[in-house]
Design a protein around this ligand. Sequence first.
Ligand code: HEC
Length: 204
Amino acid sequence: MTKLKTLPAFLVLCALLGAAGLPAADDGDLAVDVARFDADGNLRVPGNLDEWIFIGSSLGMGYSQADFDPDSPGMFQVARMEPEAYAAFKATGRFVDGTMIALHFYGSQNEISINRSGFVMDNLHFAEIHYKDSRRFPDGFNFYNIENDAETAREIPLPNECVDCHKRDGAYDGVFVQFYPDIQRYLPAGVRERLASADESGHR
Ligand code: HEC
């Protein structure tokens, strides 16, 4: 409960710091302090994942040259942000330390119930969490795998290709905001301009 009470004060503080042109401080406690870890450094799977806030989804997104098959499009991927991190992002335009973003992978299916064309979601297969902490990781973030009903999400050992691709191709701070239209309005103006001009040239 204390968390809920301290959040508005935190947002006011961010707004004040922003107004004064100062960066929000990251050197003290974590700006958002929701993630919990076990003794081995693995993340405890948050109990409120179903309450995280939708930021974007994709279908059959492939990162390699494999062709997209319209008859079997692969999995739906749904990205959701932890609510306190989402509030901080809205207030500051930053993915502050402590931010968690989950990506859930669902199967796709067709010709079920009234569906005669196109695809609807099937069951959940697995999920991953992007976690930001500039003190814990050299690049400021790393990833955790949630398998089945496990209570802890395993840290993916560094270095790994996940961080490499996100650092290289994520449009803002290692996050693929170019694919999350709903949150782009909260990005700093310079980043929005960069996304808009990349849109015009067809590349992001
Ligand atoms: C070659 C590039 C690439 C690699 C490698 C990659 N990702 Fe991603 N990732 C993406 C793209 C593109 C998205 C945008 C959302 C989507 O795929 O639907 C994304 C989104 C995510 C998200 C949602 C939050 C965000 O940062 O945008 C998580 C969590 C995630 N990936 C985890 C992982 C994990 C874990 C690995 C390694 C096992 C990994 N990714 C490897 C390209 C990559």
